[in-house]
Design a protein around this ligand. Structure first.
Ligand SMILES: NC(=O)c1ccc[n+]([C@@H]2O[C@H](COP(=O)([O-])OP(=O)(O)OC[C@H]3O[C@@H](n4cnc5c(N)ncnc54)[C@H](O)[C@@H]3O)[C@@H](O)[C@H]2O)c1
Ligand SMILES: [Zn+2]
Ligand SMILES: [Zn+2]
Length: 379
């Protein structure tokens, strides 16, 4: 089969690799119809994780079931399925609690597995023609009959729509509240969209790329251009000096100022300012225990100068981590099916697998108009 392989920093290629196949009786084999490039892929693409060369990338996958293992009861050949980027077993303590992003079975020695991801187990990614799905009965969300017609909406269920929703959930958002989102990438836009769907009174999106700020407006948010002044102050000014009730961090450890200089802690410290006392903050932007490209020894060990005193003094709560996609994907699929949500509004490009290497470069450069890239390996 053809697959997109990581060769080293800023180098990926489409190659012939051995076909994915059923390895265990609980596996399902999926022919990928749509697989997206994510901001998480870019941390790996840029060599800012310890990812080893040879890994097939791709954790935002959907497709058609072409084979099921002997121990699979529910999922059937021909089903159109969305696959949460996290791989869960369904029976460990964390999966039982709904924390499928921290499964204790699929990546022994740590918590959480994913396709094509650094530090998340040996699983190949789905930027390929075929994908092996472990514990297929648990991990496949079988889609309704409009799966093909609404493919570009349903493809957001594998990661960014649930992840954006999770950011608002971690922040403890309630209807009628105001929400400040940092980062106008696909995840930030989905957090803003989720906040609007959940009945926010005001939603802000902080970024500096005009095309991304325009998308934020399309999602129903107020754009905050941080190249035009301190974003926290702009949010305080728009909330009668009180601050937003909730904050969502959707940038991660490669946060930088408008001039491009990285300050991994800057969005967190700004959120502590922009959110009201006793408000909540959800951090879904990626932070890791190590960063080979960190500016100094502390950054290389994932240690950052966080304004803990401000956080403590304001009595704010912070929730962190990978999104437990399975907690949300069924309900969000229903919103799509019934016409209440159309997350495809962020799609900018639909490309073949062969075009993926160029697409990585353009998305990584945050070129104007490259907001969300969908790859169609089966086309
Ligand atoms: N927790 C999860 O489960 C999960 C899932 C998916 C993605 N992620 C992470 O979410 C983050 C965002 O993903 P994405 O696909 O939207 O990525 P992206 O790189 O496309 O978007 C990030 C955006 O942040 C903006 N930005 C950079 N510095 C900023 C700052 N200081 N203030 C405000 N905005 C700033 C950039 O201009 C860019 O538009 C990444 O770190 C990704 O790894 C986490
Ligand atoms: Zn992703
Ligand atoms: Zn588990």
């Amino acid at each position: 089969m053809k697959a997109l392989v990581y060769d080293g920093p800023r180098s990926v290629s489409v190659r012939d690799v051995p076909d994915a196949g059923i390895e265990r009786p609980t596996d399902v084999l999926v022919r990928i119809t749509t697989t997206n490039i994510c901001g998480s892929d870019l941390h790996m693409y840029e060599g800012r994780t310890g990812l080893e060369a040879g890994k097939i990338l791709g954790h935002e996958n959907m497709g058609e079931v072409v084979e099921v293992g002997a121990g699979v009861d529910r999922v059937q050949v021909g089903d159109q399925v969305s696959l949460p980027f996290n791989i869960g077993c369904g029976f460990c303590g964390n999966c039982e609690r709904g924390n499928t992003g921290f499964c204790l079975t699929v990546n022994p020695g740590t918590a959480g597995g994913a396709y094509g991801f650094y530090g998340m187990g040996p699983y190949a990614g789905g930027q390929a023609e075929l994908l092996r799905v472990p514990y297929g009965d648990f991990n496949c969300l079988v889609l309704p009959e409009d799966a093909a017609e609404k493919q570009n909406d349903y493809t957001m269920l594998s990661d960014i729509f649930p992840t954006g929703w999770h950011a608002t959930e971690l922040a403890g958002m309630r209807p009628g509240e105001s929400v400040a989102v940092y980062g106008g990438g696909p995840v930030g836009i989905m957090a803003a969209y989720s906040a609007v769907l959940r009945g926010a009174s005001q939603v802000f999106v902080v970024d500096r790329h005009p095309d991304r700020l325009k998308l934020a407006e399309k999602a129903g948010a107020i754009p905050i251009d941080d190249s035009q002044g301190d974003p926290a102050q702009q949010i305080l000014d728009a909330t009668d000096g009180v601050g937003a009730d909730r904050g969502c961090e959707c940038v991660g450890y490669q946060a930088h100022d408008a001039q491009g200089v990285e300050h991994p802690e800057m969005t967190l410290n700004s959120l502590f300012q922009a959110v009201r006392p006793t408000g909540g903050i959800g951090v879904v932007g990626l932070f890791l225990p190590g960063d080979p490209g960190g500016a100094d020894a502390d950054a290389q060990a994932g240690r950052y100068p966080i304004d803990y005193g401000t956080l403590w003094f304001k009595g704010q709560r912070v929730g962190n981590g990978q999104a437990n996609v399975k907690n949300y994907n069924r309900q969000l699929a229903e919103l799509i099916h019934r016409g209440k949500a159309t997350p495809s509004f962020i799609v900018s490009h639909e490309l073949s697998l062969a075009e993926a290497p160029d697409a990585y470069q353009s998305f990584d450069d945050r070129l104007e108009g490259w907001t969300k890239v969908l790859l169609k390996p089966a086309a």
